[in-house]
Design a protein around this ligand. Structure first.
Ligand code: 6PG
Length: 256
C-alpha cells in the first residue's frame, strides 16, 4: 500500500479491489472506535453505487464485524435514487444486502432516504429533519457526521452532486432532491456540500481503470469543475482510498 499525505489530503493506494476493500473496511472500524471513545457514538453516511459493496461485505465478516460498535452506531446515506428500498438500483438495498442484514445494528439506528416518495422535495426535507433530529442539531445548524463514505463517477460526480447541477451551489439545505438527466435513475436525493464539508472524516473509495482520468482531474490543484474535488472537510480528514488501476494517472508527487 502506498501512502501520500499533505496537510489536507491523504491518499492510500491498494494493489487491487480486494485489498482496497480490506484497507477501507479496517479504516472504517478504526474511525468508528475512535469516535465512540471520544463521543460515545459513531455516525456514518454510507456511499452508494457498486464500488463500496466489496468493502461492506468485508465489514460484515469476522473479525471486523465484531470489532464495530454497532450498538453505538447511527447509519445514514450520502445519497439515494428515486426507487423503493427493494429495487436493484437502491443504495439502501445494496448496503442492506451487503452489510446491514448481517450485523447486529438495531433497525431504528438505520436512517434510509425514502427514495420511493412521490414528492421529491418532501423526501429531501424529511431526510434533512431525520438527520438533524438524530444528530441532535437545531434547525439551520449543519450536522457534523463522524464519517462520510463517497464514491466517484466518471463524470466527476460524488453522492448525487453532478456537474452543472444547481445543488452544487446549495449553502443552506442539508439534503436536496436532484434531477440528473444523464443518470440511470434521474431522480436522486443527496447530502449537500455543507454537510460533506462539515464531516470529521470523508473517505473516497474508488476502484478501476475507467476512473483513472477523473481521479487525476479530481486531485489536481484548483480542480473546481469536478464536483468531487469540492469536498474538502473544513475541520476534518480527507482520505482517498484507491486501487492501483484508479491511481494509474496520478502524478508522481501524489504517489511517492
Ligand atoms: C450513486 C452514488 C454515486 C456513486 C458513483 C460511483 O448513487 O450512484 O452515490 O455517487 O458513488 O456513481 O459509482 P460506482 O461505484 O458504481 O462506479
Amino acid at each position: 500500500m502506498i501512502v501520500s499525505m499533505d496537510a489536507s489530503l491523504e491518499i492510500r493506494i491498494a494493489d487491487d479491489p480486494a485489498s482496497l476493500a480490506e484497507i477501507a473496511a479496517h479504516e472504517i472500524v478504526r474511525v468508528a472506535r475512535t469516535a465512540v471513545a471520544a463521543r460515545g457514538r459513531f455516525t456514518v453516511a454510507l456511499a452508494g453505487g457498486s464500488t463500496p459493496r466489496v468493502t461492506y461485505r468485508r465489514l460484515a465478516q469476522p473479525p471486523l464485524a465484531e470489532q464495530m460498535p454497532w450498538d453505538r452506531t447511527l447509519v445514514f446515506f450520502g445519497d439515494e435514487r428515486g426507487v423503493p428500498p427493494n429495487h436493484e438500483d437502491s443504495n439502501y438495498g445494496m448496503a442492506h444486502t451487503a452489510l446491514l442484514a448481517h450485523v447486529p445494528i438495531p433497525p431504528q439506528r438505520v436512517f434510509r432516504i425514502h427514495g420511493e416518495g412521490s414528492d421529491p422535495d418532501a423526501v429531501a426535507a424529511d431526510y434533512a429533519r431525520a438527520l438533524g433530529e438524530a444528530l441532535g442539531v437545531r434547525r439551520g445548524e449543519i450536522p457534523r457526521l463522524d464519517l462520510i463514505l463517497l464514491g466517484l463517477g466518471v463524470d466527476g460526480h460524488t453522492a448525487s452532486l453532478f456537474p452543472g447541477s444547481p445543488v452544487l451551489k446549495e449553502t443552506f439545505r442539508t439534503v436536496a432532491a436532484v434531477h440528473a438527466a444523464a443518470a440511470s435513475v434521474p431522480q436522486r436525493f443527496t447530502l449537500t456540500y455543507p454537510v460533506l464539508n462539515a464531516a470529521a472524516c470523508v473517505i473516497y473509495i474508488v476502484s478501476g481503470a475507467e476512473k483513472a482520468k477523473i481521479v487525476k482531474a479530481a486531485l489536481a490543484d484548483h480542480a473546481t469543475a469536478v464536483p468531487a474535488a469540492m469536498v474538502r472537510p473544513s475541520e476534518g480528514r480527507l482520505l482517498w482510498m484507491l486501487d492501483r488501476a484508479a491511481a494509474a494517472s496520478l502524478p508522481p508527487r501524489r504517489t511517492p
